[in-house]
Design a protein around this ligand. Structure first.
Ligand SMILES: NC(=O)c1ccc[n+]([C@@H]2O[C@H](COP(=O)([O-])OP(=O)(O)OC[C@H]3O[C@@H](n4cnc5c(N)ncnc54)[C@H](OP(=O)(O)O)[C@@H]3O)[C@@H](O)[C@H]2O)c1
Length: 317
C-alpha cells in the first residue's frame, strides 16, 4: 500500500488508538492505512489488529529511537499518553514530549495530540475551591496534558489539539458505574450537581480522529473538542434505568466527599468533576456535538452506547 497515507497510532491496543485503527481499517478505500504501535506485537490485542489488516510495529514511548522508527515514513500520527498507568503528571509530560519530538524527526504532515485542559488557567493554584495536588496541579491528568500542548507548539508541528471527553466505558472498566447501596438499590455517584457532563463512547474518539485526518489540513493548528452527548447525572441515571430495566438513582455528592473516597486517583477525579461542574458552560461549549457528528456521522448517543454495552456494566455493591 505505498500510495496510502499511513497513520501511526500510539496506544493502538487501547481505547482511543484502537478505535482509530479500527476506523481506518473499516474504510479500505479511504486512501489511509493504519500502523498500530504497541510495546508487544505478540499480545492478543496486537494480533487481533494485525488480523484486521493493520501494520503492527513495536515501540515504547519511553524509548525515543523506537518511536522514531515507528513514525518513520508515516503521513500522520495519533499521540496519546497513559496517565493511569503511572499516575505521574511529570511522566505524562515526558511521554508527550518524546512523541512530539519523534513526530518532528519523522517530518509528519499531520499530528493529532489527544489533550485536555490545563485547569490551572481557570483555577490557579492560589484558588482554594479545590485542593492543589502533587504540589503544582489542580487536576493532574488534565493539567499535564494541557501543559504539554506548548511542546507541540514550540516544535511548530502540524498539530490538531483534540479535547476528548469522559468515556461512558468508564461505567464498565473504571469502576464508575452504578453501585448497589445498603438498600439494595442502584445509584450512580458523581459530584456534578445539576450540571451536564460531556460523555462519549470511547470507540467514537478514534472515529472522530479519523474524520479529522480525512479533512486533510483543515484542523491543523486548531483545538477541537468532541463528545457524544452532554448529560446531567439525572439524565444518565434515567438512561441507565431504562437500559438496565431497574431503577438507578443519581447520587449527587459534594466534590469533597468524592475526593475522600480513597481509591487511587479519587482526589484527581474529584477535582476533575468539580472543574467540569463549575465551568460547565466553557467545558461543554468546547466539545461541540455538531462538530463531533460532522467528523463522525455514526457518533453514538448514550442510549445507543447503552444498548450495545449495558451487559458489560458490573452491578456489584
Ligand atoms: N477514561 C476516560 O474517560 C478518559 C477520557 C479522556 C482522556 N482519557 C485519557 O486517555 C489516556 C489513555 O488512553 P486510552 O484510554 O486509550 O488508553 P488505554 O485503553 O488504557 O490503552 C493504552 C494503550 O497504550 C499502550 N501503552 C501504555 N504504555 C505505553 C508505553 N510506555 N509505550 C507505548 N505504548 C504504551 C498500551 O499498549 P501495549 O500494552 O500494547 O503497548 C495500552 O493498550 C489517559 O491519559 C487518560 O487520561 C481518559
Amino acid at each position: 500500500m505505498p500510495d496510502k497515507k499511513v497513520i501511526a497510532v500510539v496506544g493502538a491496543t487501547g481505547a482511543q488508538g484502537g478505535g482509530l485503527v479500527r476506523a481506518i481499517l473499516s474504510q479500505p478505500s479511504s486512501g489511509f492505512a493504519a500502523r498500530a504501535i504497541t510495546r508487544d506485537v505478540n499480545s492478543e490485542k496486537a494480533k487481533e489488529l494485525a488480523k484486521l489488516g493493520a501494520e503492527v510495529v513495536a515501540a515504547d514511548v519511553d524509548d525515543m529511537e523506537s518511536l522514531k522508527r515507528a513514525f518513520h515514513g508515516a503521513h500522520g500520527a495519533y499521540c496519546v499518553t497513559f496517565f493511569w498507568a503511572h499516575f505521574s503528571p511529570e511522566k505524562e509530560i515526558a511521554e508527550a514530549t518524546a512523541m512530539a519530538q519523534a513526530t518532528k524527526h519523522a517530518g509528519l504532515k499531520h499530528v493529532i495530540w489527544s489533550t485536555l485542559e490545563d485547569t490551572r488557567k481557570w483555577v490557579p493554584l492560589s484558588d482554594n475551591r479545590m485542593p492543589t495536588l502533587m504540589g503544582q496541579y489542580k487536576v493532574p491528568h488534565f493539567d499535564a496534558k494541557g501543559e504539554a500542548d506548548q511542546v507541540f507548539r514550540d516544535l511548530k508541528l502540524p498539530v490538531t489539539f483534540l479535547l476528548t471527553s469522559f468515556y461512558w466505558d468508564n461505567f464498565i472498566y473504571f469502576g464508575m458505574g452504578p453501585k448497589k447501596g445498603p438498600d439494595g438499590k442502584l445509584a450512580l455517584t458523581l459530584p456534578m450537581g445539576d450540571k451536564k457532563l460531556p460523555g462519549i463512547a470511547a470507540e467514537d474518539i478514534g472515529k472522530c480522529a479519523f474524520g479529522i485526518f480525512k479533512r486533510d489540513g483543515e484542523f491543523i493548528g486548531k483545538t477541537v473538542g468532541i463528545a457524544g452527548e452532554h448529560l446531567t447525572g439525572t439524565e444518565m441515571a434515567a438512561a441507565l434505568s431504562r437500559a438496565l430495566g431497574q431503577q438507578v438513582r443519581y447520587n449527587d455528592v459534594p466534590p469533597d466527599v468524592y475526593r475522600g473516597f480513597g481509591f487511587p486517583g479519587a482526589e484527581d477525579l474529584g477535582n476533575m468533576f468539580q472543574f467540569k461542574r463549575d465551568f460547565e458552560r466553557y467545558f461543554c461549549g468546547a466539545r461541540s456535538l455538531e462538530f463531533s457528528r460532522s467528523v463522525n456521522p455514526s457518533l453514538q448517543t448514550f442510549d445507543q452506547w447503552l444498548a450495545q454495552n449495558k451487559s458489560g456494566i458490573p452491578l456489584e455493591s
